[in-house]
Design a protein around this ligand. Structure first.
Ligand code: C2E
Ligand code: CA
Ligand code: CA
Ligand code: CA
Length: 278
């Protein structure tokens, strides 16, 4: 038994070591990745269900590292957060998303807003709100057509600085959405404190809702809660007509997922928008 225990420990420590090694590789490769232009944005539509408004678009970050190959944001963003690199990467994302959005609008393509993921760390950076407004101005992109997607973890810590940041967003009309809603914290006070316009139901709920009545009740409750607070509700990760049908019955306002489109490079997104307009 002692032997088995030791083996288990060995396997465990090897896993941990491999994880740390991978983290260090990513951290090393991230250094200078911006300058080497290794990042790219892809775009995924959020479809308005009643068809009265054009779709919105979410920008998602992609990184093809010459040494490590394609690396998912789910893997490298946490590393970029830990080593502080996220601040500069996040600024690049905002800048590139607004630049592209403005170029599409200038080309006559119709969409309601561009949504950008913002990490908790960016939000805590001094002068972040002013930076966001400056980026909008640089590209002449109306702030009320920019939505920042924040996770619950970014919103639970209340502070004067955060409040000032949200004041600036509100004054300028910048929109806020809570991403991965329902996966984080049970304390929902922040929904009243901060000017949030939209809740995004996490993909994990959408995946389970057809097979699990309890999960379907959760998504229904999120829609009711959002609407009671005067917010819109989006479902992400929608892959099938059945999922879509249930979410529509529940009163969801927008649908995002492979059912409509995978995240696309800018050219393909432009084409998708053109077809959508026909
Ligand atoms: P997220 O913001 O919740 O984005 C949704 C993720 O689900 C995206 O993964 C998207 O490609 C994927 N997805 C969309 N529709 C479907 C579907 O129908 N089925 C399935 N199976 N997946 C779907 P992605 O692009 O790998 O991004 C993962 C996460 O990385 C994002 O989750 C977000 O938290 C983070 N992320 C991505 N780009 C950025 C960024 O520019 N800045 C920050 N801070 N985080 C980012
Ligand atoms: Ca998101
Ligand atoms: Ca999400
Ligand atoms: Ca998610």
């Amino acid at each position: 038994a002692k032997e088995a225990g030791r083996n288990t420990y060995q396997y465990y420590s090897q896993d941990v070591l491999a994880g740390i090694q991978r983290r260090l590789q990513i951290e090393h490769a991230l250094h200078g990745a911006l300058e080497r232009e290794e990042f790219q944005l892809v775009y995924q539509p959020l479809v308005n269900v009643d068809g009265t408004r054009p779709p919105a678009i979410e920008a998602l970050l992609r990184w093809v590292c010459p040494e490590l190959g394609p690396c998912s944001p789910a893997e490298f963003i946490p590393v970029a957060e830990k080593c502080g690199e996220i601040t500069r990467i996040g600024e690049w994302v905002l800048n590139e998303a607004c630049r592209q959005a403005a170029a599409w609008h200038a080309a006559g393509l119709m969409f309601e807003r561009i949504a950008v993921n913002v990490s908790a760390m960016q939000l805590r950076e001094r002068g972040f709100a002013e930076q966001v407004i400056a980026i909008c101005e640089r590209h002449r992109w109306p702030p009320h057509r920019l939505e920042l997607e924040l996770t619950e973890s970014a919103l639970i810590r209340d502070s004067d600085a955060l409040r000032q940041c949200f004041d600036t967003f509100e004054r300028n009309g910048v929109l806020l959405a809570v991403d991965d809603f329902g996966t984080g914290f049970s304390n929902l006070h922040y929904l009243n404190r901060f000017p949030v316009q939209r809740l995004k139901i996490d993909r994990s709920f959408v995946q389970r809702m057809l097979h699990d009545a309890g999960t379907a009740e959760v998504t229904q409750a999120i829609v009711h809660l959002g609407h009671a607070l005067g917010m819109q509700v989006v479902a992400e990760g929608v892959e099938t007509r059945q999922e879509e049908a249930m979410l529509l019955r529940q009163g969801c306002d927008e649908i995002q997922g492979y059912l409509y489109s995978r995240p696309l490079p800018s050219r393909d997104m432009a084409q998708w928008l053109r077809r959508c307009d026909e």
